[in-house]
Design a protein around this ligand. Structure first.
Ligand SMILES: Cc1ncc(COP(=O)(O)O)c(C=O)c1O
Length: 359
C-alpha cells in the first residue's frame, strides 16, 4: 500500500457528493409545483440551459436516460429507426428504454473510440423506406463519448451530420451528458454544439457534481410535447426547485473547473502508458474518461491480455489497494476523474495502477 490510504473512486463522475455551497443553494431555493409550471427555480434552470445551447426551450428531467428517451421519441415514431454508433449510451446502457417505451428500433455503426465520421450514418440512413424497409427518422451522436473514452466529437463532423441529416429530412439527437467537458476541452461555445442537433440532452449530475438532473432542450413545440410524455413516464415532479438549484449552482461554479478533471485524466493515462504503452494513448485522452484496452496488443479478446490479467483481475487488484475502477468488458477498464478526486488522489491511483499493471 502506498502512503495515501484514503480510497479513491474512479468508477464514474456520477459518484460526486454535493458541496457545502451547493447544499446551501438547495436549502435556499424558491420552490413551487413544477407540474403546474410554477417552480421558479426549475423554470429558471430550463431557460438558462436552453439559452446556453441556443434552443427555444428546456425540460428538467430526473435522469439523462429520460432526457434521451424524450428527445429521441420526439424525433422517431413507433417502428421507425434511430441510427447510433455501437458504443452509444442510448443503445448500450439505457436498458432498451428506447425500444420498450419509445417503440424505436436501432441500427448501429462501428466507430473506433466512438469518434463520429458523419458520412457513415448519412450513408446508412434510409428515410421514407416503407413498406419493405424500416425508415430512418433520426441519428444520435454522443459528445463527449463515454464508452469511447471521453472522446470529443469534431465540430465539423457534427455540422456535417446536421446538414446531411436535414437534407434527408431526418433529425439529430445529441446525447450531451458531458457536453460541458467538450466545451471546456475545445473552447467551442455550447450554442455551437447546440446548433448541430434538433434535440440535446445535458446532465447536471455527472462532471458538474449535482446530485440529480438533466435538461432536454429543443424548439418550444417539441418541448411542450416532451413535457406531456415526461408526465406519462412518471417524471412529473413537484417542488424540485431544491434539485434545480443544485444544477444552477453547478452551472455557475463547476463548469470551468472541468479542466482540472481533464488534466488529471491525462495524468492517469500517462502513468499507465509509462508501464503499459499498449493500453492507452495519453494524447488521445482529451477529457475526464480514460478507457484502458487490455487486448490492445492485437491478441484475441479471449486469449491472454497484454498484462496477462483480465479486466476483473486488474480492478480487483486495484480495489485491494484502495482504488476503485470500472470494468466495461472482459478486456476493458474505465477510469473517470471528477469533483471528488483531487491531485493527491490521482497520484495515489497512478501509483497503484502502475504497480498493478506492471505486474
Ligand atoms: C453519455 C451518457 N448519456 C446518458 C447517460 C444517462 O444518464 P442517467 O444515468 O442520469 O440516466 C449517461 C450516464 O452515465 C451517459 O454517460
Amino acid at each position: 500500500m502506498t502512503a495515501r490510504q484514503a480510497p479513491v473512486d474512479l468508477r464514474s463522475d456520477t459518484l460526486t457528493r454535493p458541496t457545502p455551497g451547493m447544499r446551501a443553494a438547495m436549502a435556499d431555493a424558491e420552490v413551487g409545483d413544477d407540474v403546474y409550471g410554477e417552480d421558479p427555480t426549475v423554470n429558471a434552470l430550463e431557460a438558462e440551459v436552453a439559452a446556453l445551447l441556443g434552443h427555444e426551450a428546456g425540460l428538467f428531467t430526473p435522469t439523462g436516460s429520460m432526457a434521451n428517451m424524450l428527445g429521441v421519441r420526439s424525433l422517431v415514431g413507433a417502428g421507425e429507426e434511430l441510427l447510433c454508433d455501437s458504443l452509444a449510451h442510448v443503445v448500450r446502457a439505457e436498458l432498451g428504454g428506447h425500444a420498450v417505451l419509445g417503440q424505436v428500433t436501432t441500427r448501429t455503426w462501428s466507430a473506433p473510440r466512438g469518434l463520429l465520421d458523419a458520412e457513415v450514418p448519412l450513408a446508412m440512413a434510409t428515410p421514407d423506406a416503407g413498406p419493405h424497409l424500416v425508415s430512418t427518422a433520426a441519428i444520435a451522436v454522443e459528445n463527449t463519448h463515454n464508452f469511447g473514452g471521453g472522446t470529443v466529437q469534431p465540430i465539423e463532423q457534427l455540422r456535417r451530420l446536421r446538414e446531411g441529416a436535414a437534407a434527408q429530412g431526418i433529425g439529430v439527437h445529441l446525447d450531451g451528458a458531458r457536453l460541458w467537458n467538450a466545451h471546456v476541452a475545445t473552447g467551442i461555445p455550447l450554442a455551437e454544439y447546440g446548433a448541430c442537433a434538433d434535440t440535446v440532452s445535458v446532465c447536471l449530475s455527472k462532471g458538474l457534481g449535482a446530485p440529480i438532473g438533466s435538461v432536454l432542450v429543443s424548439g418550444a413545440e417539441r418541448i411542450a410535447a416532451a413535457r406531456v410524455w415526461r408526465k406519462r413516464y412518471g417524471g412529473g415532479m413537484r417542488q424540485v426547485g431544491v434539485l434545480a438549484a443544485a444544477g444552477r449552482y453547478a452551472l455557475a461554479h463547476h463548469v470551468a473547473r472541468l479542466v482540472d478533471d481533464h488534466v488529471r485524466g491525462r495524468r492517469l493515462a500517462e502513468a499507465v502508458a509509462a508501464v503499459r504503452p499498449e493500453l492507452v494513448e495519453p494524447a488521445a485522452v482529451e477529457t475526464n474518461i480514460v478507457v484502458l484496452d487490455l487486448s490492445a496488443t492485437g491478441r484475441s479478446a479471449t486469449g491472454p491480455s497484454a498484462t496477462g490479467l483480465s479486466a476483473t483481475e486488474v480492478a480487483a487488484a486495484a480495489k485491494a489497494e484502495g482504488v476503485a475502477i470500472s470494468v466495461l468488458g472482459p478486456r476493458t477498464l474505465r477510469l473517470v476523474t471528477h469533483l471528488d478526486v483531487d491531485d493527491a488522489a490521482v497520484e495515489h491511483a497512478a501509483a497503484v495502477l502502475t504497480k498493478v499493471l506492471a505486474g
